[in-house]
Each structure stands twice: as C-alpha cells, then as structure tokens.
Design a protein around this ligand. Structure first.
Ligand code: NDP
Length: 301
C-alpha cells in the first residue's frame, strides 16, 4: 500500500508557494541577464549632444528672433556659427553685431556677414567663405524668412514674390550650396523652419502659407535625395512664437485667438523651437529624416 502523506499545514503551503515564487523570479532575472549580454541585443552607446562640439553650423537670419535663439543654443553645445542677415537698415546690423558678441562669449568661432538669401550667387559666396573661415561645414538651419500678410485679392505682385523669393528661393539656394560638401563628407544636418500655416488655413497668409508648404515639400525631397549620403533633412513647424516680428506685426486679438486654439493655451518662446532644432542636429536624432516636427503647443490638433 502506498503510504499517504500527512496533510500539509497552512504554514507549509505558504512556505512552498514563497519558495516557488523566489525560484521563478531568480530564473526570470537570469534569463534577462543572459539576453542583455547577447551580442545582437547590446544597446549602442547613446550618442547625444556631446558629439556636436567642434562642428560648424550656418544659421540664416540669426540677427534676432528664432535664428538668434537657435544659434545661441548650438553655440552652447560647442558649435561654431556662421550667420547672415539682410541689412535693410542700421538696426539689422546692430542686432547682428550684438548676436555675434553673445555667440563669441560662448567661446565658439563666429562668422557674420550680410547676405541676401534671395540671391543665389551671394549665398554661394557666403557658404564658401563660412566654410573656409570656420574650417568645415556640418549643419544648415534655414531660418531666414518673412511674411507680408493681406487677403489674396488685395495682395500685390511684390508682396507675393517677396515672400516666395525669400522663403522658398532662399531655402533652395542654401540647400543647393551646402549639398556638395555634405555629400562629399557623407555627413550633414539640415533643419528648415516651416510654419503651422503650411497646413492650417489662415486668413491673409496665402503667400506665406504657400512658401512654407513648399519648404515642407523641399525638405522631404532633399531627405530622399541626400539620405544615401548620411545627410538628415528635417523641418520644424512652429506655431505662434513670441518674437518681435510677431508681437510688432500681429494684432493682439489674433494672438489671443492663437492662444485659445492651442491645447497648451499659450504662445511659444524662441527657446521652444531652438530645443527641437538642437535635437534634430544631434546624433540623438540620427534616424530621423524627412520629418516635420510641430512646435505649436497643440495648435493644429
Ligand atoms: P524675424 O523677422 O525676427 O527674423 C528674421 C530673420 O531673417 C532676420 O535675421 C532677418 O534679417 C532675416 N532675413 C529676412 N529676409 C532675409 C533675406 N532676404 N536674406 C537674409 N536674411 C533675411 O523672424 P522670426 O524670428 O519671427 O522668424 C524666423 C523664421 O521662423 C521665419 O522663417 C519665420 O517664417 C518662421 N516662423 C516664425 C514664427 C513666429 O511666430 N515668430 C512662427 C512660424 C514660423 P534682418 O534682421 O536683417 O531683417
């Protein structure tokens, strides 16, 4: 006759259950350690902003506003900066000189010159001089841009073409000028500044909206054309960002409406845009290309 085991006490069953749980945990931990040591699952070292130090960036239109904030952020990460401005009055030059001074305080090399992005030859000369002066070229931020708002039936030819020539031709000229260097060195980052108006209809900005939609389209084409040369091309699409251009030009009631329409209930600051541009220029974003990143507080939701 098979001996029958005496019935277990409650304490015995608790102890057995605990021992079984501990064994299961131990085996799960061992499996995790084994998996994490397998060569094909070893995570690559996280490469981030440190790798930016010593690189050279061109930021167009960095005398003030978004461009200035972007240039300062890149310089804080150790990037040497070339920037241009359009000298249409003594104020522009003074603003550009002041930005250049701030950048130099961050102990990077700075190349600052007047250059009209509407003019392809001027852009070619600016890009060559910047590359020679700063000893390389790795990043391009296409920020220079203008608006000239009016209902389309009142818009003049000049208002239409000034915006298209600055925003679209300007972006084309600089991308074309840096492409040979980026392709040859198999490295480059391009960030184009678009706008929420590219995708969301707004009264009175037909010229501006068309120009920013074109910039998004150009970003995607360039990403496709330059991808095999390890060049990332992305766009940032800001909403209403508190620069003097915005606060001087746009009536307060429109800014209030923009605030109400955004999920976060506020306007952005230049730093909000600069943060994302810095990320896109870094190796932390090396697998992102052809993307359009909104920085609009949820304005387009
Ligand atoms: P600002 O007017 O403050 O700055 C524009 C910069 O572009 C200035 O440095 C200006 O130079 C330069 N610039 C203008 N035309 C030319 C040209 N033909 N050649 C060379 N440089 C030129 O604008 P923001 O900082 O507000 O805007 C910057 C970018 O961000 C623009 O592309 C704009 O469309 C975009 N954006 C801005 C938003 C906002 O709310 N502020 C929202 C969405 C997009 P100078 O000082 O000599 O005139």
């Amino acid at each position: 006759m098979t001996p029958t085991r005496p019935p277990r006490s409650e304490d015995d069953s608790d102890r057995t259950a605990l021992a079984e749980d501990a064994a299961a945990v131990e085996s799960a931990v061992e499996q995790l350690i084994e998996e994490s040591l397998a060569p094909d699952t070893q995570p690559a070292a996280i490469v981030g902003y440190g790798r930016l130090r010593g690189k050279v960036a061109i930021v167009t239109g960095a005398s003030r506003g978004l461009g200035r904030a972007i240039a300062l952020d890149l310089a804080s990460a150790g990037v040497h900066i070339a920037f241009n401005f359009l000298d249409e009055g003594s104020k522009s030059r003074i603003e550009a000189q002041s930005t250049a001074r701030e950048l130099r305080q961050l102990e990077v090399r700075v190349f600052c010159r007047e250059c009209d992005v509407r003019n392809g030859r001027e852009v070619d000369a600016f890009v060559s001089a910047a590359e020679a002066e700063l000893g390389g070229l790795h990043i391009l931020v296409n920020n220079a841009g203008i608006g000239a708002d009016r209902a389309h039936w009142r818009m003049t030819d000049d208002e239409w073409s000034a915006v298209l020539r600055t925003n679209v031709d300007g972006t084309f000229h600089t991308m074309r000028a840096v492409a040979p260097t980026f392709r040859a060195q198999e490295f480059g980052k391009v960030v184009n500044i678009a706008s929420v108006h590219a995708e969301r209809a707004t009264f009175g900005v037909m010229n501006y909206a068309a120009s920013k939609a074109a910039i998004i389209s150009m970003t995607r084409t360039a990403a496709l054309e330059l991808g095999e040369h390890n060049v990332n091309v992305n766009a940032v699409s800001p909403g209403y960002i508190r620069t003097t251009r915005l606060t001087d030009r746009v009536p307060a009631e429109i800014l209030d409406r923009a605030r109400e329409h955004s999920a976060l209930g506020r306007l952005g600051d230049p730093q909000d845009v600069a943060n994302v541009v810095l990320f896109l220029c870094s190796e932390a974003a090396r697998h992102i290309t052809g993307a359009v990143i909104p920085v609009d507080g949820g304005y387009q939701l």
